[in-house]
Write a protein that binds this ligand. Structure first.
Ligand code: ADP
Ligand code: MG
Length: 351
């Protein structure tokens, strides 16, 4: 292999496409019995037992749009790319088994960069017990585009859709919100500082938790186990990728209903509160509109309230109503604000 002396980086061209694929995929053995055939043939083979529905999702990440290599290390990007797809499966009540990865990259990306990307993907695959079963590799005139497809299984007919919310259902969210958004604000601030003075060290200490929310989100597959334990089946569910407000509107539209959520019930961490203070931001803004937290948002029948009552993983933030024209946030002062997909302007003016 032709490693240049000045830098220790290896051009991908040294290996060629097939060499690169072999090199990257050899660290991904098939661990699960469902994955009968992995990378190396024209296609992979996955075998699910009878009575199973297969659930498929794809997400694409484009350099400059969804990630910035300046502050998203490739290892984190690989991890996040897998994680966000698994989150979509979790939102269907599906357990992931397999992923495929398609990558287009410019010759600026070296073998070492690709290894970092795949190291991150391997970490996520291992953590969530998923096999990388195939993909595609090609060059791009500039930047990198990463497309991941995840497949998972759910007992036949048991996928939880966005369409099932009914009036009086409770609206529940897992974990806390706004962390990923504040993590991004922090990274962007430090990037600006770095641009002005590249010798400045980024000032990120004490903010590890929100940075982790942005750089290394975790799909809430653990929540599916809780649902099983509590014998709880949500009436509708979605994962929070674009922001609470936007996801609530998806559920309302798909289910043909209205809803009310209460500002005082929204789960927010101390880390987010502190950063909002520092940035002079009202904390409800990142909580309602900040995306990429990858928590689950779901509705349950009132009769199921006792099943989750007191469990710190869940916050009941409101309820479903009849009127499909009203998706309301009830502010702490009692003001009613119609939610919008990016509704923080409206929210601000109501303050
Ligand atoms: P084809 O020409 O049939 O599309 P490829 O050469 O693209 O075949 O792929 C060969 C094998 O390597 C396939 O099994 C494919 O799924 C796998 N593969 C290709 N690129 C990747 C990748 N980036 N990550 C994982 N597997 C890959
Ligand atoms: Mg191919």
């Amino acid at each position: 292999m032709n490693t240049s002396e000045e830098n220790k980086f290896t051009p991908v061209a040294d290996l060629g496409e097939f060499g690169l694929i072999d090199h990257l995929t050899k660290a991904f053995p098939m661990e699960r019995e469902e994955n009968v055939l992995g990378p190396g043939d024209d296609a992979a083979v996955v075998r699910y037992p009878a009575g199973t529905d297969l659930v498929v999702t794809t997400d694409m990440l484009v350099e400059g749009i969804h990630f910035d290599p300046m502050y998203a290390p490739l290892k984190h990007l690989g991890y996040k790319a897998i994680a966000v797809n698994l989150s979509d499966l979790a939102a269907m009540y599906a357990r992931p088994t397999s992923v495929t990865v398609a990558v287009a990259m410019s010759n600026r990306y070296t073998l070492e960069a690709m290894e970092a990307l795949y190291t991150g993907m391997r970490l996520a695959c291992k953590r969530y017990g998923v096999d990388l079963i195939g993909g595609d590799t090609t060059t791009s005139p500039q930047g990198m585009t990463l497309s991941i497809t995840a497949i998972g299984r759910v007992p036949e007919g048991k996928a939880v859709l966005r369409t099932g919310a009914k009036p009086n259902d409770l609206i529940v969210v897992t974990g806390d919100l706004g962390g990923a958004y504040m993590g991004l604000q922090l990274l962007e601030r430090e990037k600006e500082v770095y641009k002005v003075n590249p010798n400045m060290q980024p000032d990120l200490a004490g903010h590890e938790l929100v940075l982790e929310r942005q750089l290394k989100p975790e799909p809430r597959l653990d929540i599916l186990d809780l649902f099983d334990r509590y014998e709880l089946i949500p009436t509708s569910m979605i994962d929070i990728s674009d922001g609470l407000s936007s996801e609530l509107l998806h559920i309302a539209k798909a289910s043909g209903c209205g809803l009310r959520i209460y500002e005082e019930k929204l789960p927010v961490s101390d880390g987010v509160l502190n950063l909002c203070d520092e940035f002079g931001l009202h904390p409800t803004v990142p909580v309602v509109n900040g995306g990429e937290d990858y928590e689950l948002l779901f509705t349950i029948a009132q009769a199921d309230y006792d099943k989750i009552k007191g469990d710190p993983n869940f916050s009941i933030i409101g309820h479903i109503t009849e009127d499909p024209s009203k998706q309301l946030l009830i502010a702490k002062d009692g003001a009613e604000v119609q939610l919008e997909a990016r509704g923080w302007q409206a929210f601000k003016s109501a303050e």
